[in-house]
Write a protein that binds this ligand. Structure first.
Ligand code: NAD
Length: 453
């Protein structure tokens, strides 16, 4: 379903960039001393590049493609964010994903800003050779707007370590004689990739979920052992999350991909499901499972729901039917603001994308550090350092939420004093808390640096 169709289907504004801006506006109400001009600066992307380029396909046709790279904010360090290949990529989706990267890096206290890229294409209908040509042309068109100290791509939907190897090679051809490894992360381990990067997004989601449960986010559910889990999306983020949650004793009862969903309440073996998907192209028709729709998967009764596919899947029109005790967002932007309101009212905590899937960018940062030092760390070291960051950030988000919810009257009074709008502040969810933490951090560094010139 295209984003346009979704928008018409349920009456909500599902433009991802409008959603990112709504989330920002909502959170900034809880930071009354944020200067108005600073709000405008932090909200708007710094730069958006659109490129068009041809490739000659395997069938000998010449086809034109459109690609985007958005740099949202570079205040805390070089831009950082994945490149997505998908037929539904839009400029506003890329803007939204870039801004989420700024807040994610700030929540994790990783010294990067936010960026994202995308090419409108359908990888399922292209050969590997076509994808290599698209990647090389896209990167050469971006030229020096990306670089190890300016803007650093990584994998996202339908791109992987191989794509990152092509990106590195293209950039290196254009900048010979330097250590260019830091221009892209998520590379194959043999050529400067970090051990643990492939699993990092899902492992970070596991650490965040475990910590939130330990902190009492879900009354009656203190640990994953025996917990039931449904996973939407069975790619890098989803399949590895299913494997890692199962290793901790959780029971994976349902998984899905773009062709449909499968359920078995006695539990699925995530490795066997992945083998089946590799052989047949989908999780569907895995033995001893019932086929259900992707919408049905989202509303299954379970302890943990992990959306790990695309944006806008938990919306105003299905949030009331969600039957999970906690949602851990491995995907970016899976929950809309209307759904957030309903879930907050219903007491279902959402571990937000800018925290829950930040293990990926955290290990990307570690990869970049290793590249700059020409070192390779052991996998245990990578995972241990990432775990420490995920736990610290989860604690910081949970305590920010508590701090704000305990001081709504004080914040209301501060807003009145500054002449800001009078609608009373209400209790916030974890997403808003993560935004408050992140906006505060980026605003502080902006003011410490001073507005140039
Ligand atoms: P991927 O291409 O490896 O996998 C995407 C999966 O989603 C595929 O299994 C696909 O079949 C499935 N899918 C697509 N449309 C679907 C639908 N309508 N219903 C159910 N499943 C559907 O991509 P990925 O890297 O796993 O990324 C997934 C999400 O995780 C994205 O939101 C991405 O931005 C986010 N993310 C990825 C990383 C990373 O390091 N790869 C890091 C942070 C966040």
């Amino acid at each position: 379903m295209s984003k346009e169709t979704q928008r018409q289907g349920n009456g909500e504004d599902l433009n991802p960039f409008h959603i990112a801006q709504q989330q920002f506006d909502h959170a900034s109400r809880y930071i009354p001393d944020l200067k108005a001009g600073l709000v405008d600066f932090l909200k708007a992307p710094n730069r958006m590049i659109t490129v068009e380029f041809p490739i000659e396909t395997a069938e000998g046709e010449v086809r034109n493609f459109v690609g985007y790279r958005c740099l949202h904010n570079q205040v805390r360090g070089p831009g950082k964010g994945g490149i997505r290949y998908h037929p539904d990529v839009t400029a506003d989706e890329v803007r939204a994903l870039a801004s989420w990267m700024s807040w994610k890096c700030a929540v994790l206290d990783v010294p990067f800003g936010g960026a994202k890229g995308g090419v409108i294409c359908n990888p399922k209908k292209l050969t590997k050779d076509d994808l290599r040509k698209i990647t090389r042309r896209f990167i050469s068109e971006l030229g020096d707007s990306i670089g190890p100290y300016t803007d650093i791509p990584a994998p996202d939907v339908n791109t992987n370590a191989e794509t990152m190897a092509w990106i590195y090679d293209t950039y290196d051809m254009m900048h010979k004689g330097k250590n260019n490894l830091g221009v892209v992360t998520g590379k194959p381990v043999d050529m400067g990739g970090s051990l643990g990067r492939n699993e990092a997004t899902s492992r970070g989601c596991l650490f965040c979920t475990q910590r939130a449960l330990e902190l009492g986010a879900v009354p009656g559910l203190e640990r994953l052992k025996g917990a039931t889990v449904a996973v939407q999306g069975y790619g890098n983020a989803g399949a590895i999350a299913a494997q890692l949650f199962a290793e901790k004793g959780a029971k994976i009862i349902a998984v899905s991909d773009s062709r449909g969903a499968i359920v078995n309440r006695d539990g699925l073996d995530p490795d066997a499901v992945l083998e089946h998907k590799k052989k047949t192209g989908s999780v569907v028709d895995f033995p001893d499972t019932k086929k259900i729709s992707n919408d049905e998967l989202l509303t299954l009764e379970c302890d943990v729901l992990i959306p790990a596919a695309l944006e806008n899947v938990i919306r105003g029109d299905n949030a009331a039917e969600i039957n999970a005790k906690v949602i851990a967002e491995a995907a970016n932007g899976p929950t809309t603001p209307a759904a957030d309101t309903i879930l907050l009212e219903r007491g279902i905590p959402v571990l937000p994308d800018i925290l829950a899937n930040a293990g990926g960018v955290t290990v990307s940062y570690f990869e970049w550090v290793q590249n700059n030092e020409n070192e390779q760390w052991e996998e245990d070291e990578v995972n241990g350092k990432m775990r420490a960051k995920m736990i610290k950030s989860t604690d910081a988000v949970v305590s920010t939420q508590k701090q704000i919810n305990d001081s709504l009257e004080v914040l209301d009074a501060a807003r009145k004093k500054r002449g800001l709008d009078g609608a009373p502040l209400t209790r916030i969810d974890l997403r808003t808390a993560a935004y408050v933490l992140a906006i505060g951090r980026v605003a502080d560094v902006t003011l410490q640096r001073g507005i140039w010139p």
